[in-house]
Design a protein around this ligand. Structure first.
Ligand code: 48F
Length: 254
């Protein structure tokens, strides 16, 4: 019995990993925007894998605001909550409240159920850069980075990569820093996130969701971070709509 438990886990995990070495879309970061993108891509039959450095995907949803575990979603994004079967309560005007634990778990469950392969405890440390195109992700165990171990990574090849790493837009920063290139932003660089301005930030999150370099797309706070726009705090409509938009942009291109 002990042998079955161990070999079962090892066989199943390595089958999953091996099948994900070459995918259509590789997503770095498992916050709301990355999970929504994973869901809509997988639902279309596109082969997608997502890599999250923490033990639990979900990013900034779980804690609501200051650990009050509720988030706000506005009317424009309610169709995405409906798509995921997430419950919400009308609060006022066009604003709804959603239990953040309920929302995070539903996003993870439905992305996985739609067929996206989700890997946790894995950090993106670089990209594959072929013929001036971002062509995959360079991954390593998150604890390898935390312990500063000198261990080489593995590589995931992908037709498109999504930077869904949130406020730090880590993938875009790495691509810019290492390759002496101009990104599709006003300055050609990662402009960095500005302070909080809710209304403006919610709109620009969707506008800034785009391909910033051949093969590299940005979604969620990473989209605002690269284009120098504002943060917005615990309102999540923009994140959900951004994930939906990036999935559509990539599906149209593939
Ligand atoms: O930060 P996060 O939730 O990104 P998001 O989808 O949503 C932002 C909101 O949560 C919130 C907000 C209000 O709407 O502003 O902050 O843009 O999720 C990003 C995820 O990426 C992971 C990180 O642990 C988090 O779960 N991540 C970041 N860098 C890496 C990474 C990396 N290098 N490799 C793997 N995962």
């Amino acid at each position: 019995m002990e042998q079955i438990v161990s070999t079962g886990i090892i066989d199943a995990f390595f089958k999953k990993l091996k099948e994900s070495l070459s995918v259509d879309v590789a997503i770095g970061g498992g916050g709301p925007s990355g999970l929504v993108a994973a869901y809509f891509l997988a639902k279309k039959g596109i082969k997608v894998s997502l890599y999250e450095r923490k033990l639990s995907p979900g990013g900034g949803i779980w804690g609501g605001a200051m650990m009050f575990n509720e988030i706000i979603v506005q009317k424009e994004a309610i169709h995405i909550l409906d798509e995921f079967g997430i419950d919400y309560k009308h609060y006022t005007d066009v604003y709804y409240t959603v239990d953040s634990v309920h929302a995070a778990s539903a996003l993870i469950y439905h992305a996985s159920k739609a067929g996206a392969e989700i890997f946790n405890c894995i950090s993106i440390e670089d990209v594959v850069f072929h013929n001036n195109k971002v062509s995959g992700l360079v991954i390593n165990w998150a604890p390898v980075h935390q312990e500063h171990l000198h261990v080489d990574p593995l590589v995931i090849m992908a037709k498109a990569v999504i930077d869904a790493t949130g406020h730090d837009c880590e993938i875009a920063r790495t691509v810019e820093r290492k390759n002496n290139i101009r990104l599709n932003t006003e300055t050609g660089t990662v402009m960095g996130e500005r302070s909080l301005s809710v209304e403006e930030a919610e709109g620009t999150t969707i506008e800034n969701t785009k391909e910033i370099y051949p093969g590299l797309f940005v979604t969620g706070m990473a989209a605002n971070g690269v284009s120098g726009s504002y943060r917005m705090g615990p309102i999540f409509g923009g994140m959900l709509l951004s994930g939906e938009k990036v999935a559509k942009l990539i599906a149209d291109q593939l």
